[in-house]
Design a protein around this ligand. Structure first.
Ligand SMILES: [Zn+2]
Ligand SMILES: [Zn+2]
Length: 286
């Protein structure tokens, strides 16, 4: 609906951010009740539906904040499911990212042509984040209720606790820590790090991308997709259990699209069991 103004205080996608959005800082998400309400009902919708799938592909999923929030709400609030964990797992999220990883990898591998969009334009979303858009539309009385009248305030407290998301991130930390986007990681000096690991935002900022880099990023995304696919299957009745590589894959997938703010925050004060003695941190004793 044209002409709607975005309310102040709502995570917005104003014009200036339309192409690249705003990355999530390295701190808690602190979701609002309204965000949890919207995401909870989004999770109950059908993202496999053809038209929804096309919209989500065009917008490359949700904005960074709502990409992570989507995973958090599903992981924290979904109590029952198939697979060894039986719940508290990112099923909808992995289904979506299988599609998005494929879509972006194909785009990056495309041959350049004068007539078509540049291959690296696939890194730019066409269309807004659904959740931002729904939050900005005028309040509809029917939609003020939580999904199936669930108590959204209690659900918001639970989601913001991040208990299960934190467990996933910490459990898989040794795998994803060396694969984070160097430009998202406050610990990496500016301009250092492997450009193949850059997230979608930081890659987009470096366009036009050299052809070699485009193809290298496409293979990285395909490798993640393969592991995401196994993870999705493991959360169904017929799938085999997966290992740590697959368990880390959804974090890598969202990190590649939405930046690494949330996992870096969740891992920040964490010392892996057995590594309490920080042999490299000498000199910071005061
Ligand atoms: Zn959003
Ligand atoms: Zn980044």
């Amino acid at each position: 609906m044209a002409g709607n103004r975005i309310d102040p205080g709502i995570p917005a996608t104003p014009e200036r951010d339309r192409l690249t959005g705003v990355l999530v800082p390295v701190r808690p998400l602190d979701l609002s009740v309204e965000e949890v309400r919207q995401l909870w009902s989004f999770i109950h919708g059908d993202i496999m539906d053809g038209s929804m799938r096309r919209l989500l592909r065009a917008s490359l999923g949700l904005c960074p904040r709502h990409s992570w929030a989507y995973a958090v709400v599903e992981i924290e609030l979904w109590q029952a499911g198939a697979g060894v964990r039986g719940g508290h797992q990112p099923f909808d999220v992995t289904v979506l990212y299988e599609d998005l990883l494929d879509h972006v990898a194909d785009g990056l591998d495309r041959r350049s042509s004068l007539l078509l969009r540049r291959p690296d334009d696939v890194l730019l979303p066409v269309g807004p984040c659904r959740i931002c858009e729904d939050m900005a539309s005028p309040a509809l009385p029917g939609l003020r209720m939580g999904y199936a009248n669930s108590n959204t305030e209690a659900l918001t407290v639970e989601a913001n606790g991040l208990a299960h998301t934190k467990a996933w991130c910490r459990e898989t930390l040794p795998l994803w820590r060396s694969r984070t986007c160097p430009d998202c990681d406050p610990g990496t000096p500016e301009g250092a790090g492997d450009p193949v690991l850059l997230c979608r935002f930081h890659l987009a900022a470096r366009r036009p991308l050299p052809e070699r880099l485009r193809h290298a990023v496409a293979s990285r995304l395909r490798a993640i997709r393969k592991r995401v696919r196994h993870l999705t299957e493991s959360m169904t009745d017929y799938g085999a259990p997966v290992g740590a590589e697959e368990n880390a894959s959804w974090i890598e997938a969202i990190g590649s699209f939405a930046g690494w703010g949330l996992p870096l925050y969740l891992a920040a004060d964490y010392t892996e069991p057995g590594t309490e003695e920080d042999s490299q941190g000498a000199g910071q004793r005061d």
